[in-house]
Ligand binder design. Structure first.
Ligand code: MLT
Length: 268
């Protein structure tokens, strides 16, 4: 792993391969490791960049609230520090997807293509936002196990829970080792994230939308709707996966991602 200094923040990131840059943005409360299967599949075919976002993995820097705007600015600053001036492909899952959509709105000129996994464009309904604020307070007092208990039952599809307990255990370990401050701050930021549905129609880069068929957090119907709002977007449902499709069914997700990147001249 490498470190980039962005103002007072040290960002840890993976940087491997050469060619067109493809940046993977992880979900909450995970880190770069959730993309390990995609990094392996794309090695040697493009330049893979995977940061630990502010407050997650080995990147610190969380204050009381981490807004999606701040995370988007961190990603743009990382590109600047790495002197990546050509438009990049952004691939985000869930919180990383909220962030990808915000980047598409804030800095469309920095985007070559977009891959949205298991996320949505809508803001939280008031009840969901209130629940996040409660969870944020509880994580600070009781630790990340609060998040593990609330999220793990909804993260994976039934096939993964039954046939791949190791994947579930690995994610549990990542969550339990997470920073309570980072998790609480991101929950508070996501609670007030903007609704980006109205801007979907303005996305003008090739877009791939991927969704685990059993996703209980960003359900298939919502992602189908999202894909329908983005001009020309491709939609790929992933059987046998829940919210963590890239980890649960890496072969299917890698096939969709590499085909998309190849067809658009991004991966060789
Ligand atoms: C994630 O996977 O990033 C979270 O489920 C996002 C969320 O809580 O909305």
């Amino acid at each position: 792993m490498a470190t980039a200094q962005i103002a007072d923040l040290s960002v840890f990131y993976i940087d491997q391969g050469e060619g067109a840059p493809v940046i993977f943005l992880h979900g909450m409360p995970l880190d770069h490791r959730m993309w390990r299967h995609q990094a392996a599949a794309l090695a040697g075919r493009c330049r893979v960049l995977i940061p630990d976002l502010r407050g997650f993995g080995r990147t610190g820097g969380a204050s009381d609230k981490t807004t999606m705007d701040q995370l988007a600015d961190d990603v743009l600053a990382l590109l600047d520090v790495l002197q990546i001036t050509e438009p990049a492909t952004i691939c985000g899952l869930s919180m990383g997807g909220y962030l990808s959509l915000l980047l598409a709105k804030k800095a469309p000129e920095r985007l070559r293509a977009l891959i949205l996994c298991d996320c949505r464009s809508q803001a939280d309904v008031p009840e969901a936002a209130a629940n996040r604020l409660t969870l944020a307070d509880r994580v600070l007092t009781d630790g990340p196990r609060v998040i593990a208990e609330s999220m793990l039952p909804r993260l994976f599809g039934s096939r993964t829970n039954e046939q791949n307990p190791m994947a579930v255990d690995q994610v549990r370990d990542v969550i339990l080792a997470g920073s309570p401050r980072g998790i609480a701050a991101a929950q508070r930021g996501m609670a007030e994230r903007p609704d980006l549905t109205a801007s979907l129609g303005t996305i003008a880069v090739p877009t791939l939308v991927i969704c685990g068929e059993e996703d209980a957090i960003s359900p298939l119907a919502e992602m189908q709707f999202l894909a329908g709002q983005i001009p020309g977007a491709e939609f790929v449902p992933v059987p046998g996966a829940g919210h963590m499709a890239p980890l649960e069914q890496p072969d299917a997700v890698n096939a969709a991602v590499t085909s998309f990147l190849e067809r658009h001249g991004i991966a060789s």
